[in-house]
Design a binder for this molecule. Structure first.
Ligand code: PEP
Ligand code: MG
Length: 931
């Protein structure tokens, strides 16, 4: 990057070259103006003061760096040469606009000043030169207004009031009806007001105006609204704004002039139509401010056909150049078109997909349309040839979309057309961690049981808990949304809710729940059970009231893009699913197998199951425990049968029981009593047993495969249920391919014991049933020791699945349930009030340097023993785009994630293949995985 502060452009040439021709130097607007100039579009000449100058300005305590003034004067001289006019010329003055332009669009946040260069003398000259004094004084009064408020900090309202009074006194409604003499009077009133408030005359020297305007744009970078906007939009990587100084062109010169904003395609539907609005005899601010109702762009064709055709040619050239839908600003001065801005346009979730598909499959213009514009002399042949072909490849279309684009398609959202910004602001009562996106509204309920009850009666409810435990699953499922006071993005509530794609906000510390009074205190308000709240799981905001939502519809273009992604990607995508319903849903989302079926989730589904597992835990003898397990066997067998059926031959990885025993035990007197009745044990005894099971560090306690080491009868029951279900399928002619997985193993000997027992049970059943039933036995890698000794584990395990939730927890020594309380400080940047220690939450996006090193090592070591070891991931990271790409790079065979994240993983896996320069090798990966 050069040390130059100012780059000029005009007459088809732009000065910025190489590394300087970048958004980070020129800002989005400056870059667009330079590029449009270079490709021969009609752009008024100008120059750009760089973003680095803004950075230096702040370093110097809001002072322009040395040399900038000289460079600006030089650029003005070039501009004068390009335009044939002189800055401050009393006969024919050069006027400029001064606009902000950061590297990313911050609509309406930064400042703009138009008509700079006007003063008491120049305004007269402008009037004479154009033969339109009304236009000259209208331009002057606009400049005084903008300069006074933007550069000099005066309130806008008093001048607006003066303008309003003038119209009132004249008995007119609109600005264009005010005659020149009255506008001149208004300018005098404005200048008096300026003098009264600033103690000096309104600046008449154009260069003094110029320095004031440049600094005003720089200052707007740190103005409160801009700082807030960046915080809300999580924009942390920008260093400042550039300043664009451009020769003024006038849309307010009369009936043959105008100004407009348009998109090269419809940004709502994505349809290939030229879409936009314009105003005759107006300046840009009039369109944006919405004071006058703009006209539809198509009518420009009748009003100014030449300008319209020229604009159509610009549209084609810009889409071909940027290979993206553009958002354009233009001005027409005396029927001559000028382009003032172009940038990649924001679009609706559905349009994002349809535009990408169209760009890869259809041309923007038909041959007839292109020929017509060529014949009229507006579209050079070279561009016409490009405009009649698709502008990108399918792989480029796949790479253009992001996981956010997919998520935005799926979830219901707040219908912001039906609720005003102000109403939304007033309704907000708290904010938490946005664990699962989408929006939900319903009646607040504080217990899972009541949530189920109310939902049964057809009510929509929001379950609000301090935290959720597995016992709440029923209520969580019944609720439209879940709100918890504690927890992070991989806490129980978040993991379970994500599995269902259910709106969920966790770690909302602003809520104070009083379970006894059935109410919560939040944002200074008391919300009682039955009151309505609305959750926006995408932003983490909690609102009081039943706000309107809109349901998503999946466009065909979404299926097309994901179909292309499937052809490109090289690894499989599976799902984490615990029920036949989830499995079916995941298959619809494109899952190619189950990578994790958490069997303990099945124990919690109904009260019968919960009681049976509790009976098993409190059992005092082996016989009693076996009797309890016998009750669970048919239930589990039925579940597995349903899952195998839903997956119809696709591989299904079933993990044996995992969580600590105390998570299963009853928590209150009613629970103790129920269990006492069933088991015949006294309430006291049950309580005592539950206390015994309590652990100080349950995450590091008696969990995972340690349960089956100490209670092998659990393993026997679960393996039996799996294999019997598979045998039933096989006998019915259904394909079935179970993979039995042991969680949290730490040592080869441990896995050997489990594997031996698993095979003993499974092989006997298969032999007795006289069926052919291939199955595999493998392990999760969730503990650093397992990754380090992966070569030993692979002697026993036929496959590995990286449980990166636990692996992250254990490697970083951070609790996955509680780290959400302080992780925001680690992740937020200093500017956002944090410390910027991590780039991202390691429980969401894999810590590739640390945990990733263990994953990589685990795979290498595992495959050093067993070259065709099948490897996957089933932690939450399996559905996060960057982590999926990492999994592709380290050679996994598949990723597995919640059903609703399957499309995200499919897309990210394809993008990783494109980034690595290979695609379509999926079949070979699949083959090696099966070996
Ligand atoms: C993991 O630890 O990554 C995992 C998938 O298991 P769980 O979340 O059930 O502990
Ligand atoms: Mg785990």
């Amino acid at each position: 990057m050069s040390k130059t502060h100012v780059f000029s452009y005009g007459a088809g040439k732009a000065e910025a070259k190489g590394a300087d021709l970048s958004k980070n130097v020129l800002g989005g607007k400056g870059l667009g103006l330079m590029e449009m100039t270079s490709i021969g579009l009609p752009v008024p000449a100008g120059f750009t003061v760089t973003i680095q100058t803004c950075e230096e300005y702040y370093k110097l305590g809001r002072k322009l760096p040395a040399g900038v003034e000289k460079e600006v004067r030089l650029a003005v001289a070039k501009l004068e040469k390009n335009t044939g006019k002189k800055f401050g010329d009393p006969n024919d003055p050069l006027l400029v606009s001064v606009r902000s332009g950061a590297a990313r669009s911050m609509p309406g946040m930064l400042e703009t000043i138009l008509n700079l260069g006007l003063n008491d003398v120049c305004v007269e000259a402008l009037g004479q030169k154009t033969g339109n004094p009304r236009f000259a004084y209208d331009s002057y009064r606009r400049f005084i207004q903008m300069y006074s408020s933007t550069a000099m900090g005066l309130s806008k309202q008093p001048m607006e009031d003066m303008l309003h009074k003038m119209k009132h006194d004249l008995g007119v409604k609109t600005d264009p009806e005010i005659p020149a003499a009255k506008l001149k009077e208004l300018c005098a009133q404005f200048k008096d007001f300026y003098k009264q408030n600033k103690g000096q005359e309104f600046p008449q020297d154009p260069y003094q105006q110029m320095w004031g305007a440049i600094m005003a744009v720089f200052n707007s970078w740190e103005a409160e609204k801009a700082v807030t906007y960046r915080r809300v939009e999580k924009i942390t990587d920008l260093k400042g704004t550039a300043v664009n100084i451009v020769q003024m062109v006038f849309g307010n010169k009369g009936g043959k002039s105008g100004t407009g904003v348009c998109f090269t395609r419809d940004p709502n539907s994505g349809e290939n139509v030229f879409y936009g609005d314009y105003l005759i005899n107006a300046q840009g601010e009039d369109v944006v401010a919405g004071i006058r109702t703009p006209l539809k762009l198509v009518t420009l064709h009748d009003q100014m056909p030449k300008a319209y055709d020229q604009l159509c040619a610009v549209r084609a050239m810009l889409e071909c150049y940027y290979k993206e839908m553009q958002d354009l600003e233009f001005t027409i001065e005396d029927e001559k078109l000028y382009m003032l801005q172009c940038r990649t346009g924001k679009r609706s979730p559905a349009a994002a997909f349809s535009i990408a598909v169209d760009h890869a499959t259809k041309p923007l213009l038909s041959k007839a349309q292109a020929n017509d514009l060529v014949k009229k002399g507006y579209l050079p042949k070279k561009w016409a040839a490009l405009a009649v072909k698709p502008v990108i490849t399918k792989a480029q279309a796949v790479c253009r979309l992001s996981s956010d684009d997919i998520e935005r398609l799926f979830y219901p959202a707040l219908d912001t057309k039906k609720v005003s910004f102000q109403a939304l602001k007033d309704a907000r009562v708290a904010g938490g961690i946005n664990a699962v996106p989408g929006a939900a509204s319903g009646k607040v309920v504080f217990t899972a049981a009541e949530a189920e009850e109310m939902a049964k009666n057809g009510e929509k409810v929001i379950l609000v808990r301090k935290e959720t435990s597995p016992e709440d699953v029923g209520g969580m499922h019944a609720a439209k949304g879940i709100l918890t006071a504690t927890g992070g993005k991989t806490s129980h509530a978040a993991v379970v809710a994500r599995g269902w794609g259910k709106c969920c906000i966790v770690g909302c510390e602003g809520i104070n729940i009083n379970y006894d009074a059935k109410e919560m205190f939040v944002g200074g308000k008391t919300i009682k059970q039955g009151d309505y709240v609305t959750l926006d799981g995408s932003s983490g905001e909690v609102y009081i009231g039943d706000l309107p939502l809109k349901e998503p519809e999946l466009p065909q273009s979404y299926h097309t893009i994901l179909g292309w992604a499937d052809q490109i990607r090289t690894i499989n995508v599976r799902t984490n699913a615990d029920t036949p319903y989830d499995a079916e849903n995941a298959v619809k989302m494109g899952a190619e197998g189950i990578g994790l079926c958490r069997t303990e989730h099945m124990f919690f589904d109904t009260e019968d199951r919960r009681l049976a597992i509790q009976e098993m835990i409190v059992a005092e003898t082996l016989e009693a425990r076996k009797a309890a397990l016998a009750k669970l066997l048919p239930i589990q067998r039925e579940d597995f049968y349903g899952i195998f059926k839903a997956m119809n031959g696709k591989p299904v990885t079933i993990r044996l029981i995992d969580p600590p025993l105390h998570e299963f035990t009853p928590k209150d007197d009613a629970g103790f009593e129920k269990l006492s009745k069933i088991t015949g044990l006294s309430v006291e005894k049950i309580k005592h047993r539950c206390e015994q099971l309590h652990e100080s560090n349950p995450m590091l306690g008696h969990r995972g495969c340690r349960l089956c080491i100490t209670y092998p009868e659990i393993l026997d029951m679960q393996v039996r249920a799996i294999i019997e279900a598979a045998i039933k399928c096989a006998k019915e002619g259904l394909k079935v391919y179970p993979e039995i997985m042991h969680p949290l193993t730490i040592e080869k000997k441990e896995l050997q014991i489990l594997e031996k027992q698993t095979r003993l049970v499974a092989d006997k059943l298969i032999k007795d049933a006289k069926v052919k039933l291939p199955y595999m036995v493998g392990t999760m890698i969730e503990i650093p020791r397992a990754a380090l000794l992966a070569n030993e584990l692979a002697e026993v395990a036929e496959f590995f699945s990286f449980g990166t939730n636990d692996l992250t927890q254990m490697t970083l020594g951070l609790s996955r349930d509680d780290a959400g309380r302080f992780l925001p400080t680690y992740v937020a940047t200093e500017k956002e009030g944090g410390k910027g220690i991590f780039k991202a939450d390691p429980f969401q996006s894999l810590d590739q340097n640390g945990v990733g090193m263990l994953v990589k090592m685990g795979i290498e070591r595992g495959r050093s023993t067993r070259p065709h070891l099948k490897v996957g991931i089933c932690g939450e990271h399996g559905g996060e785009a960057e982590s999926v790409k990492f999994c592709v790079r380290v050679g996994m065979n598949y990723v597995s994630c919640s059903p609703y994240r399957v499309p995200i993983a499919r897309l990210a896996a394809a993008q990783a293949a494109v980034e690595a320069g290979k695609s379509g090798a999926k079949k070979s990966a699949k083959k090696s995985a099966k070996k």
